[in-house]
Write a protein that binds this ligand. Structure first.
Ligand code: FMN
Length: 303
């Protein structure tokens, strides 16, 4: 998730049971131009493996060049193509979810990526561009034909963004239509949701986005539920404060005190969601622009 799944957050999830993590998505154009800042998004540590790199682009040749460069320089375990992002700066370049309006081009991009490297290429997409449009099965079949080895479907249209609930029936239809692994995505907030998606849709794996921001322990809870039938591990507000402290400290080591203090502000709303006094805690943390002050405030919550 752009803006969130940096090295520190990925490791937090990995240490709590995530089976596969992805770097923040990058533009194929920027990769080909060797944009220094873009390259920093692609760095990961060996302990994160298996790790995927996600890219977006609208030109098959550029995407092929970009995946070649990434494969050579970073050697991730897989490269994922984004056909789902509905953010303006991506779709105005005819990339991300905009490609759901041009399926032959989407397929050419996938073929170009698959043909350029020996690494597995996967893809993630939304069910269509505008409300009422459902090209999920056609896209899945085209991606399979292109040689993509697994797909993730987020069953909402681009225009809907996050407004309506994800339509899990679409995941089931996709699963029935292709033989490559299908990863279901959308609205998994608890371990029970994950199990329900697996059972209801028959998908091979689930991908968790926002649910992990609110509860990075969700991955181990899913594993526990699937293995034992129950979730015995639950996490208290103090556990969340301790996690915030760890996250803040590790970001500071990676990007420096000031940047870490700023960067962490977007996480607090998620981390403290649903706990008593969440709004007051978040407000205090967002107001502070001093690392030490933020740290002390978090410590005070443990007393
Ligand atoms: C802040 C944010 C950033 C995201 N960035 C990406 C991204 O870079 N690539 C991508 O494929 N999906 C991205 N997504 C979409 C999620 O991967 C996921 O498809 C969506 O949030 C639905 O799943 P969820 O209900 O588990 O969050 C992002 C979502 C959010 C909320």
């Amino acid at each position: 998730m752009a803006g969130y799944t940096d090295m520190v957050f990925r490791q937090i999830c990995k240490q709590r049971g995530a089976g596969l993590v992805y770097t923040e998505f990058v533009s194929a154009d920027a990769i080909v131009r060797h944009k220094a800042r873009t390259m920093t998004y692609l760095r990961f540590e060996e302990s994160e493996r298996p790790v995927g790199v996600q890219i977006f682009g609208s030109d098959p040749q550029t995407v092929a060049l970009a995946v070649e460069l990434i494969a050579e320089k970073f050697q991730p375990d897989l490269i994922d193509l984004n056909f789902g992002c509905s953010v303006r700066k991506v779709v105005k370049k005819q990339a991300g979810a905009a490609l759901l309006k041009d399926l032959p081009l989407l397929q050419k991009i996938a073929e170009a990526a698959v043909g350029a490297i020996n690494l597995p290429v996967t893809a993630k997409y939304r069910m269509g561009w505008s409300p009422g449009q459902n090209v999920a099965v056609e896209v899945a079949q085209r991606l399979e034909q292109a040689g993509v080895v697994a797909i993730t479907i987020h069953p909402r249209t681009a225009i809907e963004a996050f407004k309506k609930p994800a339509d899990w029936k679409v995941i089931a239809a996709v699963k029935a239509a292709v033989s490559i692994p299908v990863i279901g995505n959308g609205d998994i907030k608890t371990a029970e949701d994950a199990k329900r998606m697996l059972v209801e849709t028959g998908c091979d794996a689930v991908m968790i986005g926002r649910g992990a921001l609110a509860n990075p322990w969700i991955f181990q809870q899913v594993a526990e539920l699937l293995q034992t039938g129950i979730v015995s591990t639950c996490f208290s507000p103090s556990d969340k404060v301790l996690l915030c402290l760890e996250h803040l400290q590790r970001e500071a080591e990676l990007v420096g005190f000031d940047h870490a203090t700023r960067l962490m502000k977007k996480f607090y709303g998620w981390y403290f969601r649903g706990i008593p006094a969440a709004a007051r805690i978040r407000e205090q943390l967002v107001r502070s622009s001093d690392y030490r002050q933020t740290y002390q405030f978090l410590i005070s919550l443990l007393k």
